[in-house]
Structure formats: C-alpha cells, structure tokens
Design a protein around this ligand. Structure first.
Ligand SMILES: [Zn+2]
Length: 270
C-alpha cells in the first residue's frame, strides 16, 4: 500500500474530542503514516505538542495564526523557542498573513483599523520567522490575498527559513514565485472539487518534488466526503486525484511527497 503523510491537520480542535483515537487509527489503516497537527495560538500549540507526545504517528507545529493576531501577546518568542526544542515539533506555524477579511468590512471599523490589524499580523509573523531562523525549523504559511507582503517579509530570511504555503489555491505563476524562493506548496481536498479546474491545472505543472499533500482537517473534506468533517485518512482520496492529474503511480507519488516532507521537516524522520 502506498503511504502518505497528512502535513496539515488540526487534531486539537473540538471536532475530534469524542473519537480522536479512532480518527488516528483510520488514518493508519488508510496508509497515512504521519500526521502534523498544527497549532493556531499558544493553547492550541500546547495541545498539539501533547498530542504528539501521546500518539507515535503525530507530530506538531507550534505558532500563532494570522487571523488570531489581534489576541496575540506582545512577544511570545520565548514560548516558541522552548517548544522548538521538543523532538516532535517539526515546524513553526501556522503563521503568515490573511488580508481576505479586514476589520473595515464591518461598519464600526475604519481603514485605520485595517492598518493596525495588518501591522499586528506582520509583527506576529516576524516573531515566528525570527524563531524559525534561530532554531533551524521551517514555517507553515497561511496566505490569503497576501502573497506579495508575505514574500517581502520572508525576503530577509531567504536561505535560512523555507515556507510551506499550505492549502495552496492560487495559480501557476504564484506557485512558480514560491518555488523560485526555495519554498513549497501543499494541496488539500480542494483539488478534488468539481469547480477546481484551475487548481488542478496548477497541480499539473507543479514539479513533483515541490509539493506536499494535506487535509487541513476538520475543514475541506475531499470528494466524496465534501461537506462532512474531514480527517487525515482522506489524504488517500487527495493522493489518488493528484496521481491521476500528474500521471504518476501512487507509489511514485508516495515516494516523492514523503521525501519532500522529510526534507522540509527533517524531524519527521525521528
Ligand atoms: Zn490550518
């Protein structure tokens, strides 16, 4: 059986409170050998580390999500540094920038609130890039309507920190700019959606050694589970689609995507 990794899951979310052991067991049965559970703030990151300690197949990323930036403490670098010493913490994130929803969408906020929000996101992102560079880990990047500012902010870290642009949903030109900077993209179940023809075209031209697979569960369940709670076992459906789009066998795709993940997150190898 071809084996795969789920490089982006949120196993600490309340969606799995009742049946996490079964969710992880189903992943193992589907050949999903390793799962990276991603922290979105300090509490979530602490839970991610705990899950990595409990389950042999689970690894953790620790960080603060850009959408939650307003609540972030002024400086949380020392906490990240401490977690980064843990052998099962494989990355910093999820971090990045999200300009898709801005405060001024609501009538009580103005453009100057947008500016404050974006400045706070940038500060939270910068701290995570700094820690990643210091400790020698790479970053899991959340990007929405903010590719340019993210690439600009990563520029001083080129050669020290690589990023995985997770839940990649942009065009081939964006993918090329990312891989030209020695970062990567990863694809979710969106590639299986009927209306995602453009994204399948991006996947088709993405070099075999420059992408990974992920669920971003509990969100974005692939077809035929679309709309239901997603779980790591469904990487299999995403892999089947990707193998078909790229014209490789499941074994070839397994070897390539697992090797890519182990290269950008070396602690996955134990
Ligand atoms: Zn996520």
């Amino acid at each position: 059986m071809a084996v795969f990794y789920d490089t982006h899951a949120h196993l600490d979310y309340p969606d799995y409170t009742d049946d996490l052991p079964q969710v992880i067991q189903r992943a193992e049965q589907a050949g999903i050998r390793k799962i990276i559970t991603i922290g979105t703030d300090l509490e979530s990151s602490a839970r991610a580390v705990k899950l990595a300690e409990i389950y042999p197949s689970v690894f953790a990323a620790v960080g603060w999500h850009p959408s939650r930036a307003p609540e972030a403490p002024e400086d949380f670098r020392s906490q990240l540094r401490e977690w980064a010493r843990h052998p099962k913490v494989v990355a910093i994130g999820e971090t990045g920038l999200d300009y898709h929803h801005l405060p001024s969408e609501k009538p009580e906020f103005t453009k100057s609130d947008d500016e404050q929000y974006q400045l706070k996101q940038a500060a939270v992102f910068r701290q995570q890039l700094e820690v990643a560079a210091e400790v020698g880990l790479n970053c899991v990047i959340h990007q929405r309507d903010a590719l340019e500012p993210i690439l600009n902010q990563m520029e001083p870290f080129l050669g020290r920190v690589r990023g995985v642009f997770h839940c990649f949903a942009n065009d081939a030109a964006a993918m090329q700019r990312i891989v030209a900077r020695n970062s990567l993209v990863s694809f979710t179940g969106i590639v299986t959606f009927k209306n995602a023809q453009n994204l399948r075209q991006t996947l088709a031209v993405t070099p075999l050694d420059q992408f990974m697979l992920e669920t971003d569960c509990p969100y974005l369940a692939p077809v035929p589970y679309r709309g239901k709670r997603c779980e790591p076992a469904y990487v299999k459906e995403i892999a089947e689609l990707a193998a078909q789009v790229k014209g490789y066998s499941m074994d070839e795709l397994s070897r390539a995507t697992c090797a890519t993940a182990e290269k950008i997150f070396p602690r996955l190898c134990g």
